[in-house]
Design a protein around this ligand. Structure first.
Ligand code: WT7
Length: 619
């Protein structure tokens, strides 16, 4: 039962400028009865930034409590930021944004690595009622441009450059390219605020803990081009900004942010979350799913560029006054000890990561884990994709030393927070399953600028229900087992991609006439991309072309979408009406000759050709 009463009690724990005047919940989930809508506490006004910062500092007296331990890419590059310090910086940056003309309802794009300023930027948007649209810093300039245009963002916040492991990412250059592309499409972004991150050392900051840390590997080699009249340095603007800022009081149903997720048609969907419901939902799921206690040190390894980071690095932990680790690096740099040494260093109590990271580390054996104490760990979580029993058992037996419950949390960008999960200590565990909880206030409200797409994608298949797009099996004990996507979506290392977006990136290459992309099992990524390409006349398939196609995908989408296999396909199995049979292609990729019914294939000879020319190794 959706319990307005249950959530009503929870709402009392938050600050409301004006209380909810009317029904606590109104909604229609049934397309046959009219427009789909969801309204929690409409008419009540609040501010999420005020709730997660000001109240913690002033009412709950948590000002001196550490909000984040920041751990940079390079071990030893660290800083910490208290609730009070975070509030001051957020107020300053809110004033900066207002001074740049950003108002309630405006969209602000954020393209940054995992540094404290990213949290400051998003909370400042929330404070002044602007919608943040965070684009993962691993996405290409093309993807950034597409997202800026889709929600017509008026300002971009980015960073000079950063290291991801050994790799230097010149983010400003990518941001410049994106803004150039926006300009070409008649959408000039008027302002770009740049955080000096690799160049921090030059700023002479780092003496006080409230200031940014010195970066050891500062990189004088990074050449930053500067666009006069558009680019502004973050540190210069902050110096001039006042540290008090009245929050914008927002309706509970005002939009809080947009976050893009892949859609099965190829064009990403701008998932819209609203202030009140999202706040209640992430605060509550964080508290119960991780069995939160005031002295916890929480660590979610997800990047804030994904929903997991929005909900369980920023909003959920801060709403509870928690201390978290904010990690810029990767699990394998400088070596595979990194995660466990951070766990010991900060005495992490609750640890939340993705199955792909677990599978990656599993390959290096138990020793890098067991040589660390890990005595502080109490609860382990996973998210992003189904976890295979081997990985679950290793996580439980080796990482958690059989002491720590595992919460396998099933949810989506669209759901805002956890949907199916065991509760630690309360639910007997089975590897790989997740247990149903409750309908929720954190559900998305629309696709930005396209409500019809929202209705079609999530509500048309089964009128009266929200459809996640995942298959699921319920066992005799009532446990739900997620079996994977039922649409044309792929899950690579916990990141959703649509076959259509990769295919359209491939056919944009002049040599490619047609492309079909399927998911293929991969020991670490869970799934990887296996692409079939039909070439235009006059072009020949070669390793050089394969490289070009990979590059093309990296540039159009981002490195996460780089395929592992590209096969030359002079013909593709199609139905007589011309629909590509991906089901058959998936089997070909796996060398599984049990194809089921192929009577609808227009030209069966293409199948045997494809079988005999399969890619046998990762390219
Ligand atoms: C899709 C949502 C939720 C944040 C990260 C991904 C898959 C997610 C699980 C899980 C099995 C899972 C589903 C879902 N998924 N968590 N615990 N077990 N599958 O967010 O990019 O919106 O992807 O990820 O397929 O629909 P997202």
């Amino acid at each position: 039962m959706v319990s307005a009463e249950f959530w009503g009690d929870i709402a009392k724990e938050f600050y409301w400028k004006t209380p909810c005047p009317g029904p606590f919940l109104r909604y229609n989930f049934d397309v046959t009865k009219g427009k789909i809508f969801i309204e929690w506490m409409k008419g009540a006004s609040t501010n999420i930034c005020y709730n997660v910062l000001d109240r913690n500092v002033h009412e709950k007296k948590l000002g001196d409590k550490v909000a984040f331990y920041w751990e940079g890419n390079e071990p030893g590059e660290t800083t910490q930021i208290t609730y009070h310090e975070l509030l001051v910086q957020v107020c300053q940056f809110s004033n900066v944004l207002r001074k740049q003309g950003i108002q309630k309802g405006d969209r602000v794009a954020i393209y940054m690595p995992m540094i404290p300023e990213l949290v400051v930027a998003m909370l400042a948007c929330a404070r002044i009622g602007a919608l943040h649209s965070i684009v993962f810093a691993g996405f290409s300039s093309e993807s950034l441009c597409e997202r800026i245009l889709d929600s017509s963002c008026s300002l971009l916040i980015t960073t000079d450059a950063f290291y991801r492991g050994e790799k230097l990412v010149n983010l400003k250059e990518l941001a410049d390219e994106a803004l150039q592309k926006c300009q070409e499409k008649d959408f000039p972004v008027r302002c770009c605020i740049v955080v000096k991150h690799l160049g921090r050392a030059e700023l002479g900051m780092g003496d006080s803990p409230s200031q940014s840390p010195p970066i050891k590997r500062s990189c004088p080699d990074v050449q930053i081009s500067w666009n006069q009249g558009i680019d502004l340095w973050w540190h210069e603007l902050m110096q001039e900004a006042g540290d008090e800022c009245e929050p914008e009081w927002c309706d509970a149903e005002d939009p809080l942010f947009i976050l893009y997720t892949s859609g099965s048609t190829g064009k990403p969907k701008g998932v819209v979350h609203t202030v009140g419901g999202y706040m209640l939902y992430v605060a509550t799921t964080f508290k119960y799913v991780f069995d939160f206690h005031a002295e916890d040190v929480f660590w979610c390894t997800a990047d804030i560029g994904w929903i997991t980071g929005h909900s369980y690095v920023t909003y959920g932990p801060l709403a509870n006054g928690a201390t978290s680790v904010l990690f810029e690096g990767i699990p394998t740099y400088p070596d595979v000890n990194r995660l466990w040494s951070i766990v010991d260093k900060y005495k992490v109590t609750k640890f939340y990561t993705a199955p792909t990271a677990i599978r990656l580390l599993m390959k290096f054996g138990d020793e890098p884990v067991t040589k660390h104490s890990r005595a502080s760990l109490q609860v382990l979580g996973t998210v992003g994709e189904p976890i295979n029993p081997e990985a679950w058992l290793w996580y439980h037996q080796v990482v958690g030393a059989q002491r720590c419950p595992i919460v396998d949390t099933f949810w989506q960008t669209e759901t805002g927070g956890h949907m199916l999960t065991p509760l630690p200590g309360a639910t007997p565990m089975k590897p790989g399953s997740a247990v149903f909880k409750q309908p929720w206030p954190g559900i998305m409200r629309t696709v930005y600028g396209n409500h019809e797409r929202f209705e079609t994608t999530y509500f048309k298949k089964f009128p009266g229900y929200y459809v996640t797009g995942d298959g699921c099996r319920r066992d005799q004990d009532g446990y739900y087992w997620i079996t994977g996507r039922i649409d044309d979506m792929l899950n690579v290392s916990g990141h959703l991609l649509s076959t259509a977006e990769v295919e359209s990136a491939l056919v944009e290459h002049e040599a490619v006439a047609e492309a079909a992309v399927v998911g293929h099992p991969h020991p670490v990524k869970g799934e990887c991309l296996y692409c079939f390409v039909t070439l235009c006349d006059g072009h020949t398939f070669s390793p050089k072309l394969t490289e070009e196609l990979k590059k093309q995908i990296r540039e159009k989408i981002g490195p996460i979408a780089t395929p592992d296999y590209i096969q030359n396909a002079p013909g593709l199995p199609k139905t007589r009406s011309g629909k590509i049979m991906r089901r058959v292609l998936r089997k070909i990729a796996q060398n599984d000759h049990d194809l089921g019914d192929t009577s609808t294939v227009a030209d069966p000879s293409v199948i045997s050709h494809l079988f005999s020319h399969r890619c046998l190794t990762i390219q």
